[in-house]
Structure formats: C-alpha cells, structure tokens
Design a protein around this ligand. Structure first.
Ligand code: SF4
Length: 338
C-alpha cells in the first residue's frame, strides 16, 4: 500500500457548461460535465480514471491543470511540502505549478505541430519557462530523447517522419522537459495500434519508476487501465461511482456499472468466457441527468428506491468506495486478473 504523502487532492469538483440559446445567448440550462468529484492521489501512485466517452473524465484532467476553471470545488497540490489550493492561485502565479504538472495528449498526430522539428517541440516548454539557454536546451533534448527511446540523430526531423508510437514518445519527451512530478495521461495509447500500446505503457511505467512520477491515467479502456493503475476510479455521467485498489476492482466490483464495463474486457484466458452485459438505452444527457441514482434507467438491478434517492458514497472495505443502494446485497461478476 502506498503511504506516501498526498500529492493531489480534488474535493467536490464541478464543471457545468452553460447551454445558450437565441440571439441574446440566454442561458437555458447547463451540461453537468463534472458533478461533484472527489479523490486524492499519493506521490508515486497511478490513479486510473475510466468511463465511457462523454462521462467527464477528460474535463476532470483539464480542471486539475486549470485549462478550464471549475464551477465549484477545490483542487489541492503539494509543492515544497505544502498543499496549496490550486483553484485559488492567481493565473499569473501558476507558472511554478505548471512546471510541476504536465499532460500527455491522446492524439500524437494532432498534438505535435507539423511545422516544428522534434528539437523545437521538445524544447518548447523550456523556452516558454526560460528554463535553459539554447546550448543547455540541446543537451536536455538529447537526454529526453534517449529517455523515451528515440534516436538523438532524429531531433532535426519533422513529426511526419515518425510512426504513431514514435510521435507519442515525442509527446512524452515534451511532457518531461520541465522535470514534472505529476502528469495527466489523457488516453495516451488509445490512438495507437494494439502492438504499440504495450511499448508506450511500459515506457510510462519505467519513467514513473525512474523519475518518481505520479499519474492520473484517463482511459475509456479498462483493459489498458488494469496494467498501469494502483487504484481505479470509475466515472458515469459526471460522477465517480466506484473507487478501489485496482486488483480488487477487477476481481470484485461493487457497482453494477463497473460490472458492465468489465464484462466487455476481453479475457486473456481462452477458456474463460465472460458473459457480456449489454446496458439498455443510451447514456442520458448530462444536461438532464436522471433523479436518484443517475445509472438507474440502465441498471439491471434497480429497485424503486434507486429512482428517488441518490445513493450515498461509502467505503465497503479498505479503500473500496462505491455509491449504490444495493452494494451490500449484490454479488457482481468480476474478472480474474491477468
Ligand atoms: Fe443500480 Fe440502484 Fe445501485 Fe444505482 S443504486 S447502481 S440503480 S442498484
């Protein structure tokens, strides 16, 4: 169990996007993209954040990095031994935090400027932060390219000359340039071929070990998250519905939505056949979320109470949290860890 100090804490984080109509752009409602999310990540830990597309997980990443401002809630980050409320730091004082907190994007094709060489791309954060002279920059870029498994001779090439996996390595080198402590990995392998995914995941794992990094690993794919996360948080319609140590979540899920997601994970054992749970209907609109448990219109186990009362977020075992009225009664199917 990781007993290191908490590096990042998110408390009751909300992001509601206004829906505007008409010439006067009158606000007629809100899309509740993130609807009161709380979690903490310890130093050196990887927290996986999973859910279907549109559940709010990428918005959580952007809120943490202050790419967008929250509607409510707090984000705390530990720097120089002290937890600071990031959401209260004036933008002009964010620079030291921005050095510490970086992001790896999903799409290695659109996230790299095609007109810039690898040298320019990887050294860009150093330039913006005035963190190195031009000679130092070259030395640092060389070091970074070696660290991510790319050839130093390629630093004057343009992104088009590289494969998807190599481009993602360039993106990782750029994220590491300022020696960050915390990285949001936003679907970092979902645009890559399956054969390349494992190489990039192994690289992220090795970098974490060597550099003591802490990750928030966002993905829609539970089979990817399983291999990289110490704990996993499952999101549905702007809420976290389950949070647990990774192994336990896969073996004994306690929320019906997690069970349904797990049933879609292909088994590595050809003799094991998992019965796929097909959820009825579509994900409801985050602008009009259902009353009570937001999952109740699609839940196979729903009872009357589920449509009227919001389930309490509670701890069922050491570090295993969920929000389901029936969590104590249901025996849900997990999958054996591979
Ligand atoms: Fe299903 Fe009810 Fe649990 Fe929600 S609270 S997940 S509807 S059983």
């Amino acid at each position: 169990m990781n007993t290191s100090p908490i590096l990042l804490e998110v408390k009751n984080l909300k992001k509601y996007f206004p829906i505007q109509r008409g010439l006067l752009k009158r606000v007629v409602g809100h899309v509740r993209a993130v609807d009161g999310v709380s979690f903490a990540i310890r130093q050196g830990e990887t927290l996986g954040l999973v859910g279907e597309s549109g559940c709010g997980k990428t918005t959580v990443g952007r809120l943490i990095l202050r790419g967008i401002e929250p509607t409510a809630g707090q984000v705390f980050y530990r720097r120089d031994g002290e937890l600071t409320e990031l959401t209260k730091v004036p933008r002009r004082r964010m620079k030291p935090f921005r050095r510490d907190m970086q992001i790896i994007f999903q799409d290695p094709f659109s996230s790299l400027n095609p007109r810039m060489t690898v040298l320019d791309i990887v050294s860009e954060p150093l330039r913006i932060h005035g963190a190195a002279s031009s000679d130092e920059m070259k030395v640092r870029v060389r070091e970074l390219l070696e660290q991510v498994g790319l050839r130093v001779q390629h630093m004057n090439r343009y992104p088009y000359a590289f494969s998807g996996g190599q481009r993602q390595r360039i993106g990782i080198a750029r994220a590491l340039a300022l020696k960050p402590k915390f990285i949001v990995c936003d679907e970092p392998v979902s645009a890559l071929d399956v054969s390349i995914q494992a190489q990039v995941l192994n690289l992220l794992h090795d970098l974490q070990k060597d550099l003591g990094l802490t990750y928030l690993f966002i993905s829609h794919d539970l089979s990817v998250v399983e291999h990289v996360s110490d704990r996993v948080a499952v999101m549905y319609l702007g809420d976290i519905v389950e949070l647990s140590p990774s192994e336990e979540l896969y073996a004994t899920p306690r929320h019906p939505y997690t069970e349904a997601l797990l049933s879609a994970v292909p088994s590595s054992d050809p003799d094991v056949r998992i019965k796929r749970i097909v959820l009825p209907g579509d994900v409801p609109s985050p602008s009009k979320p259902p009353a009570g448990c937001k999952f109740h219109p699609r839940c196979h186990y729903a009872v009357d109470l589920c449509s009227s009362e919001v389930p309490t977020w509670r701890e069922l075992g050491a570090g295993h949290w969920t929000a389901c009225h029936l969590a104590d009664q249901l025996k849900l199917a997990g999958i054996a860890n591979t």
